[in-house]
Design a protein around this ligand. Structure first.
Ligand SMILES: *[C@@H]1O[C@H](CO)[C@@H](O)[C@H](O)[C@H]1NC(C)=O
Ligand SMILES: *[C@@H]1O[C@H](CO)[C@@H](O)[C@H](O)[C@H]1NC(C)=O
Ligand SMILES: *[C@@H]1O[C@H](CO)[C@@H](O)[C@H](O)[C@H]1NC(C)=O
Ligand SMILES: *[C@@H]1O[C@H](CO)[C@@H](O)[C@H](O)[C@H]1NC(C)=O
Ligand SMILES: *[C@@H]1O[C@H](CO)[C@@H](O)[C@H](O)[C@H]1NC(C)=O
Ligand SMILES: *[C@@H]1O[C@H](CO)[C@@H](O)[C@H](O)[C@H]1NC(C)=O
Ligand SMILES: *[C@@H]1O[C@H](CO)[C@@H](O)[C@H](O)[C@H]1NC(C)=O
Ligand SMILES: *[C@@H]1O[C@H](CO)[C@@H](O)[C@H](O)[C@H]1NC(C)=O
Length: 694
């Protein structure tokens, strides 16, 4: 009896404490809006507590803002990167996903959503609440070392559309996404010094739309970049931060801008920076002094704190009580399987003469050539976009498994019914011997890149073009599989039977490529950027790239003619065009028609298997508008069963018919006759018509 009484007394005291805490913490009222919760919390914060929210330090995460135990504000744990949780201290504890450019090649909104959701889950399970991604810069410069990270390829509409399900996926897991690098971080050469000099119309039409997509998906944060824009550093640029991002693009939404690491040059809160990341030293004691002296107003400080707090409430960071540790191993069979599916879906079939692919699993003699095939395999790029894989499935392993043969060391040196031979390419006699006797030669080539520098050129290097030449000259059938961080040159393209590109495919490369080579996956991916015939085919002058005076000044003289827009305007045929990618089946396009702004087309599968087609719609503006000849304004990846047909409808919006008007600083609908092109790539237009905008 005595004991029971004691217990109930203790319980009563505990209940009373909870009631007091609830009454004193209105920001924990789940029925209130995120903004009003943030405002309620702000009221209780001291000057020091506010400033703490705006300054990050390093360790254990890449960026850290300490918890506020007095008010119950969780620590902010920010981590790289755009294609998975980078954890070099606990290598192999996270999934090495395909990169941003890689999944972008799917042109598939469901794949983007799955990718974002799975990454968000791993961040949550690692105790992080901000993922430093996705990367969104439009690929202006083909050799840009970060192109592999960015999911826009060379098209603003592609980026605008693909980023939205990624952000929804990440943030559905209670983790804020971060749209980066805002903005014009379009080259790595002298990235911390270069001024990217660009006009307003080009910015709004080419470079801002992917960031607009992030806003439309309610992204919680942005990262300002290292470079200058029009001679003002990105993180202290009132024009790009306050005027363009917060006023014109963001109109009324709450989100915050954090600096890239080391990208601050002043206490730039008046210019639109909300939060400084390491190793900046401006937004702590210097900011406090600025507030005390009045150089920064109390309103400005409060507004930045609200910009940070509001999305944290919106995404659920305050309510989840995440106590996960960064040392957790967050991989899973389900994620390995998804990594394989996403990687397989990202394979672009550039060429397939005489139905060289798919291969029959009973094929007798297979030759695997190149270190990338088995002995030294690249699956990701470098820098903050890298993820240490828990394992890598090599192409050799994936192919042997698919053929039902034992894993390496494989039996090619022994008598065998079905033989898989391997030559890394260093011994030419061996290459010639094997190439001459196999039924199919699979040449695996690769090159990689990293933030901090651009690629020296678009060639594969390391004698890999020569290896392809030697094999193709002797083998009955030659298939090239390229793992690359962006566009490459393909001087051998006319000498081989088939070409597959998988960009930066992640840990499941071998299984994914085998799925495609042997036809378990019917490829449907499309190039998110142009593959040129030669280096610098677009004829950048030094003024344009890398820029004058040691890349101190890069001028966007090409204006809107980025990527395929330049090829169309100049009438140059690229090696492989934007939007290109083949399937193992074939599709027929028919019956292009429009009702109002809805454009429809019938797609039938005329080949021998089920398949997905990426139907693309390009608009040609009336010539008076001064736009490039053709611009992507719609796409849809649809499954059509063998012998079946489907109608695809694109609902064009006013924005699709608009240009950025620099006198009103707003979108302006163009009147007149538009050309409508529908096809399987930017250069495989199957049907065209016109639409009149009155
Ligand atoms: C980079 O840009 C800065 C100007 O911001 C310039 O002074 C410098 O010479 C450039 N080149 C290098 C290699 O730093
Ligand atoms: C920054 O932009 C805002 C508009 O968003 C404007 O009101 C303000 O005057 C600008 N500040 C500076 C220093 O140019
Ligand atoms: C988080 O903790 C609070 C306070 O202890 C509690 O009311 C709430 O239910 C918890 N939320 C979850 C998702 O566990
Ligand atoms: C993480 O877990 C996976 C199983 O999901 C395991 O294969 C892997 O070895 C683990 N990583 C480390 C570093 O222990
Ligand atoms: C694969 O080859 C075997 C034996 O030549 C043949 O029976 C089978 O039909 C082929 N499969 C396909 C899918 O072509
Ligand atoms: C190169 O390959 C040939 C044929 O397989 C072999 O006879 C020769 O020993 C190899 N040379 C070296 C240096 O390994
Ligand atoms: C071209 O780039 C590749 C790899 O990116 C490199 O190996 C090769 O040396 C470069 N070639 C020239 C001529 O710079
Ligand atoms: C286009 O609009 C029609 C009618 O409003 C709607 O049924 C359809 O789902 C829309 N299609 C797309 C792709 O948004």
């Amino acid at each position: 009896m005595q004991r029971a009484t004691n217990v109930s007394v203790v319980l009563l005291v505990a209940a009373a404490m909870v009631a007091v805490a609830a009454a004193g913490t209105p920001w924990m009222d789940l029925s209130a809006t995120p903004e009003s919760r943030a405002k309620a919390l702000l009221k209780e914060m001291t000057l020091d507590e506010k400033i703490t929210m705006l300054h990050g330090s390093t360790g254990p995460y890449v960026g850290n803002v300490p918890a506020n135990t007095r008010l119950g504000i969780p620590a902010l744990n920010l981590n790289d990167g755009p294609q998975g949780f980078r954890d070099n201290a606990h290598p192999g504890t996270t999934t090495c996903w395909p990169s941003g450019l890689t999944v972008a090649a799917t042109w598939d909104l469901n794949a983007m959503k799955d990718w974002g959701t799975a990454m968000g889950k791993e961040f949550y399970d690692k105790g992080a609440n901000i993922q430093l991604g996705p990367g969104l810069c439009v690929a202006r410069v083909p050799v840009n070392g970060r192109n592999f990270e960015y999911l826009s390829g060379e098209d603003p509409f592609l980026g605008y559309t693909l980023v939205q399900p990624v952000i929804q996926g990440i943030q559905s897991q209670g983790v804020l996404a971060n749209a980066k690098h805002y903005v014009q971080n379009n080259q790595e050469t002298n990235r911390s010094g270069v001024s990217e000099n660009v006009d307003e119309r080009t910015q709004f039409e080419i470079y801002y739309p992917p960031f607009q997509g992030a806003l439309d998906a309610d992204v919680g944060s942005f990262m300002c970049s290292y470079n200058k824009i029009n001679n003002v550093y990105s993180c202290e640029n009132n024009q790009t931060l306050n005027v363009d991002l917060k006023d014109r693009l963001g109109s009324g939404k709450r989100f915050f801008v954090m600096s890239d690491w080391g990208a601050t040059h002043s206490t730039s809160i008046n210019e639109g920076l909300d939060q400084e990341m390491p190793g900046g030293t401006y937004m702590s004691t210097k900011l406090k002094t600025a507030v005390q002296t009045g150089a920064v107003s109390q309103d400005t400080l409060d507004n930045s704190v609200l910009n940070v707090l509001t999305p944290l409430f919106a995404v659920g960071v305050f309510d989840s009580n995440n106590t996960n540790s960064i040392s957790n191993n967050v991989t899973s069979d389900a994620h390995n399987k998804l990594a394989r599916q996403l990687s397989a879906k990202s394979h672009v079939l550039l060429k397939n003469d005489g139905n060289a692919l798919p291969l029959n699993k009973t094929i007798k003699n297979v030759g695997i050539f190149g270190a990338q095939g088995a002995s030294s395999v690249t699956v990701h790029g470098g820098g903050s976009g890298s993820v240490v894989p828990p394992y890598v499935v090599t192409p050799m392993e994936g192919i042997l498994a698919k053929m039902g043969l034992p894993p390496p060391p494989q039996p090619s040196k022994l008598p065998c019914d079905q033989c898989v031979y391997f030559a890394d390419g260093t011994n030419q006699t061996e290459v010639v011997d094997i190439a001459s006797k196999v039924d199919v030669a699979l040449v695996f080539v690769s090159t990689t890149s990293s933030e901090g520098s651009d690629r020296p050129n678009l060639s594969l290097g390391n004698g890999q073009d020569e290896l392809i030449d030697i094999v193709a000259a002797r083998a009955a059938k030659t298939v090239v599989v390229a793992t690359v961080p962006g566009a490459i040159l393909t001087p051998w393209r006319n000498d081989v039977d088939a070409i597959l590109v998988n960009f930066m495919p992640g840990q499941e490369l071998g299984n994914a490529v085998a799925d495609v080579l042997f036809g378990d996956e019917n490829p449907a991916a499309r190039l998110p950027l142009t593959f040129p015939n030669i280096d610098n085919e677009v004829g950048f002058t030094e003024r344009q790239y890398p820029g004058l005076d040691n890349a101190a000044q890069a001028y966007y003289d090409e204006k809107l003619l980025v990527g395929y827009r330049w090829y169309d305007a100049r009438g140059v045929t690229p090696a492989f065009p934007f939007g290109h990618g083949l399937s193992y089946t074939t599709f027929k396009y028919a019956n292009l028609r429009s009702t109002g702004n809805a454009v429809s087309v019938d797609i039938s599968n005329t080949g021998s298997r089920d398949g997905e087609e990426v139907v693309q719609l390009y608009l040609g503006f009336p010539s008076s508008a001064g736009e490039p000849p053709k611009q992507l304004k719609g796409f849809s990846r649809v499954l059509v069963s063998q012998g079946g047909a489907r109608t695809v409808t694109f609902n064009l919006t006013d924005r699709d018919f608009s240009i950025w008007d620099t006198s009103s600083h707003a979108w302006k609908k163009v009147k007149g006759i538009f050309n409508v092109y529908v096809g399987a790539s930017s250069r495989d237009i199957r049907l065209s018509g016109t639409l009149t905008v009155a």
